[in-house]
Write a protein that binds this ligand. Structure first.
Ligand SMILES: Nc1ncnc2c1ncn2[C@@H]1O[C@H](COP(=O)(O)OP(=O)(O)OP(=O)(O)O)[C@@H](O)[C@H]1O
Ligand SMILES: [Mg+2]
Length: 279
């Protein structure tokens, strides 16, 4: 569905994306997990044709993505990192405005907007101005807006940043439903739980590269399912990973100081490769 072939993006002398290769299958829910400055937004912007790679190609549905590929642009949608609603317009008007941009008119427009208002449970408050919505509700409206053109692929750049746990869960449910409807979803995040909960495949990203890409379980199992965190003599945390609980217990028996034995998570995988935390 999506092929990223040896893509590099430079801003002047600075390399933001570095010879990156990646394939994403149709129907998948793909997560790009990385800390600030990893290159997530730059990559997403190239995938949707907003930025041109310095070299390499992006192929979507067997076509080269470019700024003026309107065929592809009609099949995809982006939910950007920063809120892009028209704040003086109501929820419904925002959706209508977006439909107009895609030249969806008349009865078709009415039907589409109505379906989305029902699906999102925004119907009861459809006339509320978007500036009066909470941050979480504004994020949700951005996602609903991205469905106006009934896209096959949806790119979401940190869709739940700054949202409380309850609203985050609501957005996660909506994204899961969209994926179950057959849409391919590519999401960037620096929330470990978000990537673990939603994504069937995760690319770990740092310094403009995806250095590891697999399912969440494989990523963790390859490192070792069990982690022992141990505070050493210098009060520095050491991490050790084990494939079986028996091995982990054997190790903790040799420790005299305080330790924690727990399941390995994606943060451990990320840290093990980069010595950096995701968040
Ligand atoms: N227009 C630009 N000009 C110069 N450098 C840029 C530009 N946009 C991004 N960068 C740099 O490229 C790198 C990657 O930025 P990018 O926004 O893609 O990261 P990100 O992973 O999305 O980070 P965040 O989690 O903070 O959103 C950063 O070091 C950033 O400073
Ligand atoms: Mg970003």
């Amino acid at each position: 569905m999506i092929e990223i072939k040896d893509v590099t993006k430079k801003y002047g002398d600075f390399t933001a994306i570095d010879h990156l290769n990646l394939s994403i299958e149709k129907g998948s829910f793909f997560g790009l997990l990385g800390p600030n400055g990893a290159g997530k937004t730059t990559l997403i912007k190239m995938l949707v044709g907003l930025l041109k790679p310095s070299s390499g190609n992006i192929i979507i549905k067997k076509q080269k993505m470019s700024r003026d590929n309107t065929f592809l642009k009609n099949k995809i949608s982006i939910v950007p990192q920063h809120i892009n609603l028209d704040k003086e317009l109501s929820i419904k008007e925002n959706l209508i405005f977006s439909a107009k941009l895609y030249k969806i008119k008349g009865k078709e427009q009415e039907k589409r907007v109505e379906e989305l208002l029902q699906f999102s449970e925004f119907k009861a408050i459809e006339n509320k101005l978007s500036k009066k919505l909470s941050g979480g509700m504004q994020r949700k409206l951005m996602i609903v807006k991205a469905l106006v053109n009934n896209p096959e692929i949806i790119f979401l750049d940190e869709p739940t940043v700054g949202i409380d746990v309850n609203n985050r869960r609501k957005i996660w449910n909506m994204l899961k439903i969209m994926n179950d409807m057959g849409k391919t979803i590519i999401l960037t995040t620096h929330y470990i739980e978000e990537a673990e909960y939603l994504c069937d495949k995760i690319g770990l990203m740092d310094n403009g590269k995806i250095f590891y890409c697999d399912t969440s379980d494989h990523l963790k199992n390859n490192l070792g399912k069990f982690t022992v965190e141990h505070f050493n003599k210098n009060k520095i945390t050491e991490y050790k990973y084990f494939h079986t609980i028996e091995e982990a217990k054997k190790y903790v028996n040799t420790l005299s100081d305080h330790y924690i034995l727990r399941n390995t998570n994606l943060e451990d995988v990320f840290y093990n490769f980069t010595n950096r935390k995701v968040q």
